[in-house]
Design a binder for this molecule. Structure first.
Ligand SMILES: [Zn+2]
Ligand SMILES: [Zn+2]
Length: 142
């Protein structure tokens, strides 16, 4: 027989299969059903909304999902992933489409700017060479 502290209410109970005491387990089951029902009925809502509507903390909802008690993949693909940049729910990867687009165009812009700078440098050199007159040479004298 193993005694444990219930992580929800702190009371000591006999551990059998679950890590919650009987009272909390019962409550947890009720909450879980509430969450599951809500997720099944509202397929495109994120966790904050589920939490708001059910009155159950986001951590708890995440726990249900992590425990595999709520099959997210079949009922709501959007719930488990959030864009790392804006927090928007996404179906796959780490960023939402908008942020992926923004990021890649940002990168593209950066690359283009670097290329432009390089081209300008080259151009400058060419121009200097082309206008390689004694006068310019004089100015540039160190
Ligand atoms: Zn308890
Ligand atoms: Zn985003």
């Amino acid at each position: 027989m193993e005694l444990r502290n219930c992580p929800e209410c702190g009371s000591v109970f006999t551990y059998i299969r679950t890590n919650l005491c009987a009272a909390c387990l019962e409550k947890d089951e009720v909450d879980f059903k509430k969450v599951r029902t809500f997720i099944v009925r509202n397929r495109n809502v994120g966790i904050p909304k589920v939490s708001e509507e059910t009155g159950i903390s986001e951590e708890r909802i995440m726990r249900y999902i992590r425990e595999g008690r709520i099959s997210v993949a079949s009922s709501n693909e959007k719930i488990i992933l959030n864009c790392e940049v804006c927090g928007k729910s996404i179906t796959s990867g780490r960023l939402c489409e908008t942020c992926t687009e923004r990021l890649s165009s940002g990168l593209r812009k950066q690359v283009l700017e670097e290329n432009k700078k390089e081209l300008e440098e080259q151009h400058k050199e060419t121009v200097t060479k082309d206008e390689h007159t004694p006068r310019m040479h004089f100015w540039k004298k160190s």
